[in-house]
Design a protein around this ligand. Structure first.
Ligand code: ZN
Length: 249
C-alpha cells in the first residue's frame, strides 16, 4: 500500500568551521534553519533542483543569520524569527507556543528558550519528533551565556527535558567531542558517556556529524541535563556553577 506520508529528509550543510545549516527537504522544496551563509544553501538547492520556501531563525548571531538577506533576495523565501525588534525584517514573528502549519508532517511549535541569548527560540515538530534548538542545547553541552542568563538557560533545558525521550535534537554546532572532554571531567565514571565518546570519535574520523542527538541520550550523558537537587544545593544553582566551570575549562 502506498503511504500518503510525504517524504521528508533532514540534511546538514556544513558552514564555517563547525556550524550546520539544517535543511528540511520536502517534495521538491526546502526549509533552511539558521543559514549563517547563503552559499551552501544556494548550492544545495541548485544541485537538487528544489525551491527554498522558508527560513527559520533561532537567534540573531551572525553565524545563524548572515545568509538570510541574500537568500531572500535570490529565492523569495519567507523568514520566520523571534518576535523581537532584532528581527524586524521577519515575515512571520514568533512567540512562545505559536504553531506553524506548513502541511502534513510539517507543523512546528515554538518553544521560547532564552539563556544563550535573551530572545532565542526553538522549533519543535511533534509528528517527526524533531527539535531545532539553535545554540541552546548541544550534545554533551549547552550554549554559552551572551545576553541571557544561566538561570534562564537552566529553565530552557528543563523545558526540552519534558519532550519525549526519542525526540531528535538538531543542534547547530559540531561541538560534541570538546563538550565530552568537559563532561568526562564532571562525571569520569559515567559508562554511557564513555560508550558515547567512542561512537562520536568514530563518526568524526569518518567526517560524519555526531548529530542529531536525542533528549534521552542527553539525559544520560550531558552534565547540564543531569543536575538534580541535592540536600545542600538546588539544581539551578548547580547548573549556574557548572556553566561557569565550563567557561574556565
Ligand atoms: Zn549563538
Amino acid at each position: 500500500m502506498k503511504s500518503n506520508r510525504p517524504h521528508i529528509d533532514i540534511i546538514p550543510l556544513p558552514a564555517f568551521s563547525d556550524n550546520y545549516i539544517w535543511i528540511i527537504r520536502y517534495e521538491n522544496k526546502a526549509i533552511a534553519i539558521d543559514p549563517g551563509d547563503a552559499n551552501p544553501v544556494l548550492h544545495y538547492i541548485a544541485e537538487h533542483h528544489i525551491t527554498l520556501t522558508h527560513i527559520f531563525i533561532t537567534h540573531h548571531h551572525p553565524d545563524h543569520t548572515g545568509g538570510v538577506r541574500s537568500l531572500v533576495e535570490q529565492t523569495g523565501a519567507m523568514v520566520y524569527a523571534p518576535n523581537t525588534a532584532r528581527f524586524s525584517y521577519a515575515d512571520q514573528p514568533l512567540n512562545d507556543d505559536d504553531a506553524i502549519d506548513l502541511g502534513k508532517d510539517l507543523t512546528f511549535r515554538i518553544i521560547n528558550c532564552p539563556g544563550h541569548t535573551i530572545d532565542h527560540i526553538a522549533y519543535y515538530n511533534p509528528e517527526l519528533n524533531t527539535l531545532f534548538c539553535g545554540d541552546t542545547l548541544f550534545s554533551a553541552g549547552c550554549g554559552r551565556i551572551f545576553d541571557g542568563s544561566a538561570l534562564m538557560l537552566y529553565h530552557s533545558l528543563q523545558r526540552f527535558a519534558q519532550l519525549p525521550g526519542e525526540t531528535k535534537v538538531y543542534c547547530t554546532h559540531e561541538y560534541t567531542l570538546a563538550n565530552i572532554a568537559f563532561a568526562e571531567h564532571v562525571e569520569p565514571n559515567n559508562d554511557a558517556l564513555i560508550q558515547y565518546k567512542k561512537w562520536c570519535i568514530a563518526q568524526r574520523q569518518q567526517s560524519r556529524p555526531t548529530l542529531p542527538t536525542t533528549i534521552e541520550q542527553e539525559q544520560a550523558i550531558n552534565p547540564f541535563m543531569r543536575v538534580r537537587d541535592s540536600a545542600q544545593i538546588p539544581a539551578e544553582q548547580q547548573f549556574i556553577e557548572l556553566r561557569k566551570a565550563k567557561d574556565r575549562f
